[in-house]
Design a protein around this ligand. Structure first.
Ligand SMILES: [Zn+2]
Ligand SMILES: [Zn+2]
Length: 863
């Protein structure tokens, strides 16, 4: 009997994981505000409550949970909060679909209520998945951005930045999605390749090439390069816009590319960012030809009321008819699209609210944060350098934090609430005092609402205890974990806001994770049908297997491909570990003095290896290299513990020898340490084993502080492991069963080795260690012919040649003569035609000899 009788043979994942999940208490993971331990606050990402906690979230949260659990074991007072970033268009759209309405069909507050209800339902679904994955979330620090307690702070932060001059309103060109009918920030514009037509047409005698003919009504100038000879002296002249008939000036600007088309470009308000630049640079007129819905305005009469797409066709047809359209060419271009709905964005000039981007301040703060992986900092830097406009924070939507501002109907004065009156909805609530400028009492509430990033960019302040003023008590947070796809938004904006509101960087460190790709290597998407839901993985292999995949699938920061093979391998590793654990428990149950010292060579050698593993895993966890940590644990458990140690030491466990206690102590300590190393990554499995071993929770234990050095044990143990492996291979090559008796084995090593009889038991041999060298007697016992040489060279004489060689004395077999006599004829001995068979004897006993470096092993043939 070796495996434990008390532990089930099979590890029932579902049973074990759900049992521990219902045993663990939320309170065990709460941040303790009065603790004297050092704080470790994690500014976790608040996901958008879609109702679906997807595998990308799962990876991100695995990393967070590994860290939270590890830091708790390292003695930190950890806060692992859970936020929900609720506001935004996808929920509005879902509500419209579900109720068959549009947002304008019901009062604003009613519409918000519908959005809130949907959001709460979705949050509940996602919470259930998170719990099933075994995350050690601090649910006492949950926040929901749509609820008054949170958006009060968003509004307070808005007012503080407004008062400080960091927020202003202005009529300025902004990126606008005409489908979502809202302004969006640059960070929300994606660029996609598109094939379009470049249209060459006659513009009052000048050839112009354009991809946006529908913007002709918005044309405010024609620009040429100052050095372009073709347009020498044209500067200041005016041209008449075809079809529409208004005059526009010719201007010169070095940014015009003379190589493109005819070298003359039309400037419209606004076709792209360059138009905005020229418009500002040359103080040009503003002609709005497209409205917020993407419909042509009166400026574009006679095309007024058409969609921009219809207008484009109509204008091209009209150009063709009047003979001014000269030719069309295909053109590849990159077009900016809305990140939510992929509609090409328009640049519209609108009154909007902006947050001032103080680029240098933000980068100063970003540099004070430690970035993992380091190269992610470059992404932040590149983004900051590419920012040309301030951050547009107003949105023309409903389900969002209201901008807490009124305007006096009589004099237009902006009126703001006192911060203690927040939160407010200016479209419902009224100011408490008359207009300070004119005494008027009629007000219009600001209808625009805030960009959702205005909510989530104060998460670091919120989790560090911000009440809406001053410096939060726990500021800065220690760590921000997040995906690389939101560096230019969430990371950038959080740093901006922390700098503006508190004057400093929001966290000590940022850890950036990669994206999860489908098994086919592509981004997961419905259209590719390569989406894997966490529930699917957990249902088949359990949370711990998914967590192992998350830890081991890729280096932190790299994109990670989902792989069922990795999940299966993870679950096999657990089966292997369970078998090891049952074996160990079986022996401990038979009785062993738990205080017994570890004295024997193999046991001390295991401790040396365990100590190295603890150092490696600790270093990996400190650097957030979870793949490296898991690899070290797997190598130790699988190779060192199972394949080497247990195979060598197990014979001793079945003896009544006092050296058995040493092995039991070594195994008890090793399992204890191993459970702790595994606790952050596979918390259910580690808990199940540790509870059986120690009778308490592994998650309340300290990280193993196990350090053991023993140079002799390391040297001799390595020798022992190598020798036994070599002798097992010898048995295998001889066709012997691994437990078959091997006879008399002498191991000649440079130093005296005391293996407590482990080698003998492991090999089923009468094994002895000896120093010095064996007195080997070499005996030639026969000859091996090389027929590949003999056959072709000697043909008919081959048989006679072989007889002649066999008749040679042993010395000549070792040093072949030049010729031999075959049928009375001297024939030359072909090189490499034979080798002597050599046998060895020690003290008259015939032995096999193995040489392993400076170790020689002799194996006697008689048992
Ligand atoms: Zn859109
Ligand atoms: Zn007024």
């Amino acid at each position: 009997m070796s495996p434990s009788h008390q532990l089930p043979k099979n590890y029932d994942i579902e049973e074990v994981e759900t049992r521990w999940q219902s045993t663990w208490r939320d309170e065990e993971n709460y941040f303790d505000p009065v603790s004297s331990k050092p704080q470790f606050i994690i500014d976790t990402p608040p996901p958008y409550p879609t109702g679906n906690f997807h595998i990308g979230n799962a990876l991100n949260w695995c990393y967070i949970d590994f860290i939270a659990r590890y830091k708790r074991m390292r003695g930190y007072n950890v806060m692992f909060p859970q936020g929900w970033d609720c506001h935004g268009l996808p929920t509005e759209v879902k509500v419209e679909e579900t109720h068959g309405i549009t947002k304008n069909d019901v009062p604003r507050e009613k519409f918000r209520e519908m959005c809130r209800d949907l959001t709460l339902t979705n949050i509940e679904k996602m919470r259930a998945t998170m719990r099933r994955l075994g995350f050690s979330t601090d649910w006492s620090h949950e926040y929901i951005t749509m609820l008054p307690d949170y958006y009060r702070k968003t509004q307070a932060s808005f007012l503080q930045m407004l008062k400080a001059g960091d927020i202003y309103q202005s009529e300025h060109p902004v990126n606008f999605c005409t489908r979502c009918e809202t302004a969006i920030a640059f960070a929300e514009v994606n660029y996609a390749p598109r094939t379009t037509k470049l249209n060459y047409f006659d513009f009052d005698g000048v050839e112009i090439a354009t991809t946006r003919p529908e913007l002709l009504a918005a044309c405010v100038a024609v620009a040429v390069h100052p050095d372009d000879e073709r347009y020498r002296g044209m500067k200041g002249k005016r041209l008449t816009v075809p079809i529409f008939g208004h005059d526009v000036p010719i201007i010169e600007d070095v940014a015009v590319d003379p190589e493109f088309g005819s070298g003359a470009v039309m400037i419209c308000t606004f076709g792209d960012k360059t138009d905005v630049y020229w418009w500002k640079q040359h103080s040009l007129d503003l002609r709005k030809a497209i409205d917020r819905q993407g419909v042509m305005t009166a400026t574009a009469a006679p095309y007024e009321g058409m969609t921009s797409e219809a207008c484009r066709k109509a204008i091209l047809a009209d150009m063709e008819e009047s003979g001014i359209l000269k030719r069309q060419e295909e053109l590849e271009q990159r077009v900016g699209t809305c990140w939510r709905c992929k509609t090409p964005i328009e640049i519209l000039s609108e009154r909007q609210w902006f947050v001032r981007v103080h680029r240098d301040d933000i980068m100063d703060a970003a540099r004070r944060v430690s970035w993992t992986p380091e190269h992610m900092f470059t992404r932040m830097e590149n983004w900051a350098e590419s920012m040309e406009w301030d951050w547009c924070v107003s949105r023309q939507r409903i389900f969002a934090t209201p901008i807490p501002v009124w305007f006096c109907t009589a004099c237009g004065e902006m009126v703001i609430p006192a911060e203690e009156d927040l939160p407010i909805d200016p479209t419902v609530d009224k100011p408490k005092a008359p207009c300070p400028k004119c005494g008027g009492s009629e007000f219009t509430g600001e209808k625009d609402v805030l960009d959702t990033w205005m909510d989530s960019s104060i998460s670091a302040l919120h989790v560090t205890g911000w009440d809406g003023t001053g410096k939060p008590p726990y500021f800065p947070a220690q760590l921000r974990p997040q995906g690389h796809d939101i560096i230019r938004t969430w990371a950038f904006y959080t740093i901006l806001r922390a700098k503006a509101l508190v004057g400093s960087h929001p966290w000590d460190e940022i850890l950036v994770n990669g994206m999860v790709l489908g098994e086919d290597g592509f981004k997961m998407s419905k259209s590719r049908n390569n989406i894997i839901a966490p529930e699917e993985i957990v249902g088949q292999y359990g949370a711990d297997a998914l967590r192992q995949w998350g830890a081991g699938g890729a280096a932190t920061g790299s994109d990670i491909m989902f792989s069922w093979n990795d999940v299966v391998a993870a679950s096999r590793f657990q089966t292997k570990l369970w078998n090891i654990f049952r074996f160990v428990m079986g022996h401990l149950e038979k009785g062993a003095d738990p205080e017994a010292p570890v004295t024997e060579l193999t046991d001390r050698w295991l401790f040396v290896r365990l100590s190295e593993t603890v150092a490696e895993v600790t270093a990996a966890m400190e650097g957030y290299q979870f793949d490296r940590a898991l690899r070290a644990i797997r190598e130790f458990a699988w190779n060192t513990l199972a394949d080497d140690y247990i195979e060598i030491a197990k014979g001793r466990l079945y003896t009544d020898d006092s050296s058995r206690d040493s092995a039991c102590s070594a195994l008890r300590t090793t399992m204890d340490v191993l459970c702790r190393l595994l606790a952050p990554i596979i918390p259910h499995f580690a808990e199940e084993c540790y509870h059986n071993l120690a009778g308490r929770s592994v998650h309340a234990e300290a990280w193993p502080d196990f350090s053991y050095t023993d140079d002799e044990a390391r040297r001799h143990g390595d020798l022992l492991v190598k020798t036994i492996a070599e002798l097992r291979r010898y048995k295998h090559d001889k066709g012997m069963a691994l437990n078959a008796p091997l006879g008399h084995v002498m191991i000649y090593a440079p130093e005296p080795v005391d293996d407590a009889g482990d080698a003998g038991r492991a090999l089923n041999a009468d094994a002895h260690w000896s120093t010095g060298t064996p007195r080997l007697e070499e005996v030639v016992s026969g000859v091996d012919f090389n027929m590949a040489v003999i056959g072709p060279t000697l043909r008919k004489q081959a048989r006679g040649f072989m007889q002649a060689v066999e008749a040679l004395p042993p010395e000549l077999l070792k040093n072949p003569p030049a010729t031999v006599t075959v049928d009375g004829e001297e024939i030359p001995v072909p090189p490499a035609s034979f080798t002597p068979k050599v046998a060895y004897r020690v003290a008259g006993e015939e032995v096999d000899v193995l040489t392993l470096g400076d170790v020689v092993v002799t194996i006697g043939h008689q048992p």
